[in-house]
Design a protein around this ligand. Structure first.
Ligand code: CP3
Length: 344
């Protein structure tokens, strides 16, 4: 395999000194890029995920266009529920729809822990192709959804601000919930191991809805499963946990042995560092909506963010995914400002 020409992120995750702060953006391969929209007009969402050549092209777009220090596989967290036997649709301007959500013991009987080589081979094929096409320019990030966040979609059946039905399922039928969470966990471990075997240089676990839980419920329904995933992966590749809104669990997440922890814009970097301790890399935490500011202000706030994190053990990123209405030159200004202002 070709040696990496830019391994800033991997070194930062291992706690090694780097020339500058590395940068990438969550959901960097997406709708703010006209080049993505051109492919989106021609192919369906899961067709893009399932066709290695398309997934590869989309994955490389932000590397070429905005100059980020890592590529993230173009796919979705919902390919895992799909592989476990659920139908998943993506409805234009509405988001994900799972028409037959899980509510009962009988519903759970439809769910399997699949052979990931069989059901998700297209992801591993895409990873191998992307690694070849990247030719060592930057590392490739593999990913999966955290079990709690996947349960949210599998039970609620669609996006939600509160995921109240998913919570009700956990609180009213905890045995079923834990059975499902364990099945997702087992699938995810096998899936991410294969991503790494196919060439992913590091992996990120997205717990987008972790912050909807109380600290106690986060431990019960989310962290104990994330802990199993991190334990299975962390010696194979650097692992980042991004649990949006779950700043209250930074100490416990650091204790999993994950190399990196993502934080959103609702916590000060200094406070996150106090909670997380010195042995983990922090990733974040620019407010994605701030990319809608004029470029001069984006640059000034990036500078302040870098100063707040201080040198080392920081990967600059957004605090959540980039919004579709962000102008490309604003995204590029964010990336350039990190490169320009980072102090080591
Ligand atoms: O980050 C990347 O660029 C890589 C690809 C990626 C996608 N989804 C592509 C995508 C990643 C890492 C994800 C993760 C994902 N998917 C999460 C976790 C991160 C987060 O944002 O909280 C979640 C919750 C999903 C579920 C999902 N997929 C939703 C809610 C939606 C609908 C709208 C949206 O963009 O939020 C999707 C569709 C989706 N996944 C799109 C993309 C580029 C938009 C598809 C389109 O309309 O073209």
């Amino acid at each position: 395999m070709t040696a990496l020409k830019n391994d800033l992120i991997l070194r930062t995750l291992r706690g090694e000194a780097t020339e500058r702060t590395p940068v990438w953006m969550m959901r960097q391969a997406g709708r703010y890029l006209p080049e993505y929209m051109a492919l989106r007009a021609k192919y369906g969402f899961f067709e893009r995920c399932q066709t290695p050549e398309l997934a590869c092209e989309i994955t490389l777009q932000p590397v070429d266009i905005v100059g980020v220090d890592a590529a993230i596989l173009f796919s979705d967290i919902l390919v895992v529920p799909q592989a476990m036997g659920m139908e998943v649709q993506l409805i234009e301007s509405k988001g994900p729809l799972l028409p037959e959500p899980i509510h009962t013991k009988k519903d759970l009987e439809r769910i399997v822990v699949p052979d990931v080589q069989d059901r998700l081979h297209y992801v591993f094929d895409a990873i191998r192709l992307i690694k070849q096409e990247l030719n060592g320019r930057v590392p490739l990030i593999g990913f999966a959804g955290a079990p709690w966040t996947l349960l949210c979609y599998m039970v609620q059946g669609k996006g939600s601000k509160t995921f109240d039905e998913a919570k009700a399922f956990c609180y009213q039928q905890p045995e079923l919930a834990h059975q499902l969470l364990q099945m997702i966990t087992d699938t995810t471990i096998a899936y991410m191991k294969e991503q790494i075997a196919a060439g992913a240089d590091m992996v990120q676990i997205f717990d987008s809805w972790g912050g909807l839980l109380s600290p106690e419920d986060f431990e019960t329904f989310s962290l104990q499963y994330i802990r199993q995933i991190v334990a299975a992966l962390k010696d194979l590749a650097p692992t980042i946990i991004f649990a949006k809104g779950a700043w209250f669990a930074l100490e416990e997440m650091a204790a999993t042995g994950a190399h990196g922890l993502g934080i959103d814009w609702c916590i000060k970097p200094q406070l996150a560092r106090q909670f997380a301790g010195d042995k983990v890399t922090l990733q974040g935490n620019f407010d994605p909506a701030r990319l809608l500011s004029p470029i001069t202000e984006i640059r000034a706030s990036v500078k302040r963010m870098l100063e707040a994190f201080g040198p080392g053990r920081h990967i600059a990123n957004l605090g959540h995914g980039i919004l579709p209405n962000v102008p490309v030159d604003h995204a590029r200004a964010f990336v350039d400002a990190v490169k320009e202002f980072s102090v080591q």
